[in-house]
Design a protein around this ligand. Sequence first.
Ligand SMILES: *[C@@H]1O[C@H](CO)[C@@H](O)[C@H](O)[C@H]1NC(C)=O
Ligand SMILES: *[C@@H]1O[C@H](CO)[C@@H](O)[C@H](O)[C@H]1NC(C)=O
Ligand SMILES: *[C@@H]1O[C@H](CO)[C@@H](O)[C@H](O)[C@H]1NC(C)=O
Ligand SMILES: *[C@@H]1O[C@H](CO)[C@@H](O)[C@H](O)[C@H]1NC(C)=O
Length: 481
Amino acid sequence: MVKIIALLIACAWSLITVPLKFNSHHRDELKQYLKNSHYDNLQIVPHSKLDNNRNLEYSGAFYFGLPPQKIDLVIDTTSWDIWVQSPSCFPCHECDHSFDAGVSETFKNINQTVFIDYVTGNVTGDAGTDVVSIGDDDQLTALSQAFVIAQKDYGFDNMTADGVIGFGMNMSGNFPLLLETLKAQGKISGLIFSLYLNDNEYNNDIHPEPESALIIGGVDMQYAKSETTEVVLLEVENTRGLWETGLTGVKIGSNKVTITSKTVVFDTGSGYISAPKADANSLRMLMYEKYENCNKDNEGTIVCDCEDLTDYPTMDFTLNDGKISKDFILPPSAYFLKDDDKCILLVKTDEVLKDSWRLGGPFLRKYYTAFDMESKNIMFYPAKVSKDTSHDFDSSVKWIIVFFVVLLIVICIVMSVFLYLFCCRHRMNFEETYKPLFTAKYTLPPHYHRTAVRNANSGEVVPDVIPTSRQNRVFPGISSK
Ligand SMILES: *[C@@H]1O[C@H](CO)[C@@H](O)[C@H](O)[C@H]1NC(C)=O
Ligand SMILES: *[C@@H]1O[C@H](CO)[C@@H](O)[C@H](O)[C@H]1NC(C)=O
Ligand SMILES: *[C@@H]1O[C@H](CO)[C@@H](O)[C@H](O)[C@H]1NC(C)=O
Ligand SMILES: *[C@@H]1O[C@H](CO)[C@@H](O)[C@H](O)[C@H]1NC(C)=O
């Protein structure tokens, strides 16, 4: 019984926590692989867990100054600067943390005003250097990292994080990248970082597992779909500081999309797949014409009926770095934004990069991606599928209920057994305890039983005389004693 209960507890428990193990054997294998492919000094470094804000923004905690001030920064692979807000920043977007240079013992002013221009906004501030750390447990620390303390920011009203950190390729914004500082200070051996972006289905309230993560200095195979996952390695160009490679084809199912652009840029800061106007339109028209459950709104956005995603085709990208050509296949669940019974196609016209496709979250969530600045490579590992743990919780609640119902039944059975045993015992005891009564019932009538009588005249008490013949008289059902 105890075993069964323990088993049930174990079952319920295993549904709640599914531990993710890092296989050390695989780590060796990976090291070997990377050694053979010129990543000979690979270190597996601490992770920084990232927050996924509605699949639109992935941000992590960074620590600035001494004592450390925690600031959340969006990870952006298409820019190069780091900025945080000054406490007096105005006008600026609303955020939780600003950086107060005045209380940091290690802050140094560079005496330089910096203007950073983004696609969607701009930032003006003063530059300085300070200690910058990253990592949840064992932190990586850059001793003197330059960054911008914003006095003004425009266009970041919808950003929940405090600022931005650029992970673009070395083309240099205003200062060395964090990765470059870490390498220069001997903290990491290669200019490599990798990103695992999980999928929260554009909903704030669910908590997909594993959590999104930034790994600086290496690759962690726990984020790949399986240990035998085949990695695709493509060379990137660095003509404008972007992670960019060649594109030779885009398909919707078996239909070819007419494309004018022959390059793709990988952008963690985008929640979409965007393309030059003609290409985006070509793709959207195909979707609209070939799939009768798809409609077009005034702005050209494609909205499809979402009842059965298997009605829709895959979206295939053929990437080609000049040496290797590889197909990357996105299922409908990746390229649609599900909104009740409507599915919105996450493809839009790029108003900024007018000559290139830009692959953001819909693509990068499918691949655990490592970016290597020195060898100018990107590595794609099909990513571990993230699970919505809030639903898991529902199902574990279900199992807990089942567990308690079973427990209740077990308790009932145990109780009945005990009751039964108790009653039987009780009955036996009953007979034993009350034997005299049973006996008494069959005892001789009172006058035979008397042992003494009072003498009517003298008042003396004298022993009664029981007739001898009756002394050992045996009555039915009573053993003579
Ligand atoms: C800061 O720069 C300005 C303009 O370049 C210069 O006039 C000023 O002396 C500098 N201040 C310090 C403390 O270096
Ligand atoms: C920064 O952005 C704001 C708002 O879009 C704009 O008004 C301002 O002119 C921009 N600043 C510069 C220097 O471009
Ligand atoms: C913020 O989001 C709202 C609603 O989605 C949108 O209308 C607005 O333009 C966005 N603002 C910026 C600065 O992107
Ligand atoms: C990045 O750019 C800086 C400045 O141009 C240069 O000193 C540095 O060597 C570059 N790093 C790499 C990895 O190209």
